[in-house]
Design a protein around this ligand. Structure first.
Ligand code: C2O
Ligand code: CU
Ligand code: CU
Length: 537
């Protein structure tokens, strides 16, 4: 029922992301239509990139501003992991038995009704990462859904087109549940994004592709099965880092492309890993969106660093490539996280198998140019000032000028000198589910000062709304830092200031936390209350 194949959904699916040429199931591992004849290329050993399946609106009508979905979380869904070195089966936790992470696509103005059935053996929730919704619909740990129970989330989408996502957020189990495979993509579209596609100012259709990047650690093979391995406290003070980087579920996959421009919605949904994305030939790409939506002015770069939970949309140009060429997307080597790894030196146990530290160069995926095609897309240069997405929040409009709200992130060695006893703190405190840490007036605009006084980078995330970076260590934001964001990678000894406007929809108790999920689960998190009431006493 969930995947009812209505014509509308099919049409939408092929228009939007998949271009599946009549393949009517939205749940199977769809291949991009450009990738059907890859056997003759030199990328023969790379598995083909899976295109993530878009769920269909259960009422069968994508355009009626009402969207109805069901997500059933389950353990033990057998997934085939494809790699250049052969395939294996891994039992994972998934929504709706789907072997691949699911995609929900909705329009600004839609009223969402999402039923969540928890068939796990532990509490869970669904958190709508990056959404502006009332706290009680936000899926935080304060509203757990017990095993074999259900709950329905309902909210109106009223924010700009953006690459959002969803994932479990139960108390102390978020890292485990996301790691086991529970996370999905939520694309919001609006009139601006649709118009840019319609007028060929953004690539669309099967040249608009989601890339979900996640690292994992697998146990040794037993009868074709490799179980996921989770957390070894002796080696994982940086959070859970694996040695296999999956893109849409496969290791180092290949996408066959034509000599055109592509829009990639690049998601870092790893538990703890930072990537410095770049191309093997050093080519430029154009960033057109950050976490919270389109950039007013696209920015050309040749690499971009994304911490866990950060997203960008990039345009990659293959028009000057020749049929037969192949280009890799890599994560470049970088150094600013060395101290995080150094912490582990305190351990007698130097077992690093299954763990690729942050900053190691790694192959992400491959592109093979397989055909010449026409391209009539000219990337937009600037969005109209009138668009909400183009507006910069004015620091002079903040309600807390001169009294900026501070968040200081620290790490403290525990008594027994092992990384497993490391404490991860914000403002000197560990998370307490019964305590609200920060109180914010309804409908106010605030400047937050976020400081990292620890030896490793932390991706600071706040719920409730989308924020803008004002400055980093006093240097005013430029380039991609001008985009709307919900997650900010803060380097060791760095202070960033961000500004956020709490909207009428924001009511109740929301979270802020490090999005290294193991740090969050260990208590690097707090509640902030918007308005004068919340459910925490
Ligand atoms: Cu994506 Cu509170 O998290
Ligand atoms: Cu969130
Ligand atoms: Cu952290």
């Amino acid at each position: 029922m969930i995947y009812k194949k209505s014509m509308v959904a099919l049409l939408l699916t092929s228009l939007a992301l998949v271009g599946c040429g009549g393949n009517s199931s939205s749940t199977t591992n769809l291949q991009n239509s450009d990738s059907s004849n890859s056997s003759t290329t030199n990328s023969k050993k790379n598995p083909s990139l899976h295109i993530l399946p878009i769920m269909s609106d259960e009422d069968g009508n994508f355009s009626d501003a009402k969207a109805t979905y069901t997500l059933t979380a389950k353990e033990g869904v057998d997934v085939t992991i494809e790699t250049p070195n052969g395939n294996w089966i891994t039992p994972m936790w998934r929504y709706n038995d789907s072997p691949l992470p699911l995609v929900i696509k909705a329009n600004r103005g839609d009223y969402m009704t999402l039923k969540f059935n928890n068939r796990l053996s532990s509490d869970s929730t669904i958190h709508w990462h990056g959404f502006k919704v009332p706290a009680k619909e936000d899926g935080g740990p304060d509203f757990p859904v017990k095993p074999n129970e259900s709950r329905t989330y309902s909210f109106k989408i009223d924010q700009p087109a953006s690459p959002l996502w969803f994932h479990p957020h139960p108390d102390m189990q978020t890292g485990k549940q996301v790691y086991m495979g529970l996370a999905g993509v939520f694309l919001v579209e609006d009139n601006i994004s649709k118009e840019l596609e319609r007028t060929n100012h953004l690539p669309s259709g099967n040249r608009d592709i989601i890339l979900l990047v996640q690292d994992r650690r697998f146990d040794n093979e037993k009868n074709g099965v490799r179980e996921l391995k989770y957390m070894n406290y002796e080696m994982d003070s940086d959070g859970m880092l694996g040695d296999v980087v999956l893109v849409n579920g496969s290791e180092f996959p290949n996408l066959d492309v034509s000599t055109t421009q592509y829009r990639f919605r690049l998601y870092n949904v790893s538990n703890a890993k930072n990537y410095d994305f770049a191309f093997s030939d050093g080519r430029d790409f154009t960033v057109v969106a950050t976490d919270g939506g389109l950039l007013k002015n696209p920015v050309k770069l040749n690499h971009i660093k994304l911490g866990a939970a950060e997203r960008v949309e990039i345009i990659v140009d293959f028009r000057n490539d020749n049929v037969g060429d192949s280009i890799k997307l890599i994560s470049r080597a970088f150094a600013d996280d060395m101290m995080g790894g150094m912490m582990n030196m305190n351990n007698n146990n130097m077992e690093y198998e299954g763990r690729t530290p942050n900053g190691t160069e790694v192959n992400i995926m491959n592109f093979t140019v397989t055909k010449n095609s026409e391209d009539n897309v000219t990337i937009y240069k600037t969005l109209t000032d009138k668009a909400e997405i183009s507006k910069r929040l004015d620091p002079n409009s903040a309600d807390n000028i001169g009294n900026e709200r501070e968040f200081i992130m620290t790490m403290q060695m525990g008594s027994n000198m092992s990384s497993g006893s490391m404490k991860f703190l914000i403002n000197g405190k560990l998370f307490d589910p019964n305590r609200v840490d920060e109180f914010i007036d309804a409908n106010s605009t605030e400047i937050w000062k976020i400081t990292n006084n620890s030896p490793m980078s932390h991706p600071f995330h706040a719920h409730a709304t989308q924020y803008q970076i004002l400055d980093r260590d006093g240097v005013p934001a430029t380039g991609v830092d001008l985009g709307w964001k919900d997650t900010f990678l803060v380097k060791p000894n760095e202070t960033i200031r961000v500004i956020g406007k709490f909207e009428p929809v924001n009511k109740g108790d929301y979270m802020y936390h490090c999005h290294i999920l193991e740090h969050e689960d260990a208590g690097m998190m707090g509640y902030f209350r918007v308005g004068n009431s919340g459910h925490i006493k």
